[in-house]
Ligand binder design. Structure first.
Ligand code: TYD
Ligand code: MG
Length: 462
């Protein structure tokens, strides 16, 4: 006997409650509870359920006795996407691509179809657009793949039936929030629907060895909409980042079972689709003003790739009772911490000033190695002395004002050299790992040495 009961599920975090709540006690989201019907499977009396597949019991094996499985990877034909995926799409893997509306998910996937649709069978399932709209986009992108099939359907049963008929090598589902299983009473996009449809898709793909790319929406906070379990179920999660108003787009792997995470792919949205950016550092430094105070270049690591970004600071006397602090592209609390260290250790009066900190190009920096450059930009703006244009700085700042070592020193220095920087400011402790590049190394023990750089500049200015 199947028993049905009504439960209320938070659409943000999957929290379940027997009664409706205005605010979710788990994720604090307001008005996020939706009514769903939950069917409890009848308990079979006595015997414990066995987790067996096809009626056969799994046996434990000695780990040394079985060989490494071979994962077959197919290049997507888009270099930046391959980099994020760890070399290409793995057969039988499921990738979730998430991002804000209008950021370019469907565009990227249509371009992917164009690249591989001439040699592999691709099924593009769209629940968001009509066939005409898809055709128009393909036309605009110059996609004319021979083995590309499109299906505008939202019922999971029909999608799987079509999948069985076509047997594609790659299936794209745009988006999981539009797919519905009719047996479930709740609306498309609800937690139960997303979980159920995703698990049906994943099971089918795994059984057949086909690759699946699922598009996912993001919620108001920027997280992936739907149950957290969706992220656990898939093999890789790619997030599409960027400001819709600027052309730069970053695809970042936040989870990857077949490659390293933290890798990023950089694209630029052009009139005819997404163009790969092979040299993102040069793009980020484009149009950088010279001889202006409040700016410092930094080399951050995005996975295995060094990336040069520019941090800008504006420090102005405050007119407010409590000074304003604004951080864009860098953690707000990190900025406050750096300001506190500068105030305490160097006696700089930031407490009387508003501070605005900004990272150029829509990049988000969450690496402590950027501390040195952020401090330099803020001191430079406070004192109105420019950091030399050919100077780049990296190093983590400790609370005692000491500079701590960072990783990948040689790669950072080489990237700085490649882009024409001739002075690299770095922590003294890791200067030995800087490699052979022809740059001047400015070694620093602590933030006190930074002041030395600025006071030398001040003397020169006078
Ligand atoms: P789209 O892929 O539809 O976004 P998503 O699927 O993530 O919601 O991309 C939408 C935006 O991209 C749209 O606002 C227009 C822009 N765009 C271009 O600038 N050039 C192009 O060639 C295409 C196809 C779209
Ligand atoms: Mg879309």
């Amino acid at each position: 006997m199947m028993k049905s009961k009504t439960i209320y599920v938070c659409s943000e975090c999957d929290y379940q409650s027997a009664k409706w709540l205005g605010r979710c006690p788990q994720c604090n989201a307001w008005n996020s509870f939706t009514e769903e019907t939950f069917t409890e499977p009848a308990k079979t009396s006595g015997a414990r359920p066995r987790l067996a597949v096809h009626g056969e019991r799994e046996h434990a094996v000695r780990f040394g006795d079985f060989a490494m499985p071979e994962y077959i990877r197919h290049s997507t034909g888009i270099g930046e996407l391959d980099r994020v995926l760890g070399g290409g799409l793995v057969e039988g893997s499921v990738v979730l691509l998430a991002g804000e509306p209008g950021i370019g998910k469907s565009t990227l996937l249509m371009q992917l179809c164009g690249q591989i649709g001439d040699s592999c069978k691709v099924l593009y399932v769209s629940g968001e657009e009509s066939k005409g709209q898809l055709k128009m986009r393909a036309e605009r992108l110059g996609v004319a793949a021979e083995y590309l099939y499109v299906l505008t359907e939202t019922s999971i049963g029909d999608i799987l039936a079509e999948y069985d008929k076509i047997k594609p090598d790659l299936m794209i589902v745009d988006s999981i929030q539009t797919v519905v299983a009719e047996e479930i009473s709740s609306a498309g996009g609800s937690v139960t629907q997303v979980r159920e449809c995703a698990s049906l898709l994943i099971n089918r793909a795994k059984a057949d060895g086909a690759s699946v790319v699922i598009v996912g929406h993001v919620n108001k906070e920027g997280g992936i909409a739907g149950p957290k379990v969706l992220e656990h179920m898939v093999d890789a999660v790619l997030t599409f980042e960027g400001d819709r108003r600027t052309p730069h787009r970053i695809v970042r792997a936040t989870k990857n079972r077949f490659g390293s995470t933290n890798e990023i792919g950089v694209f630029e949205m052009e009139e005819h689709g997404l163009e790969e950016v092979a040299n993102p550092s040069a793009m980020l430094l484009e149009g950088r003003p010279t001889g202006v105070s409040g700016s410092c270049a930094v080399c951050i690591m995005e996975g295995s790739r060094p990336l040069i970004a520019e941090i800008q600071a504006l420090v102005t006397p405050t007119v407010f009772p409590a000074p304003r602090r604004t951080a864009n592209g860098i953690d707000y609390n990190r900025m406050c911490l750096l300001l506190a260290v500068l105030e305490k250790r160097l006696g700089l009066k930031f407490s009387a000033c508003d501070v605005y900190l900004n990272v150029i190009g829509g990049i988000r920096i969450d690496e402590p190695a950027a501390d040195a450059a952020a401090c330099f930009a803020m001191i430079s703006s406070l004192r109105d002395i420019p950091v030399p244009d050919d100077m780049i700085a990296f190093g983590e700042l400790g609370l005692s004002g000491e500079f701590r070592s960072v990783v990948s020193v040689e790669q950072r220095v080489n990237e700085a050299f490649r882009l024409g920087f001739s002075q690299v400011v770095l922590p003294k402790r890791c200067a030995a790992k800087a490699g052979e590049a022809d740059v001047e190394l400015v070694k620093m023990n602590g933030i006190y040495d930074a002041l030395k750089i600025f006071s030398e500049k001040e003397q020169k200015k006078e």
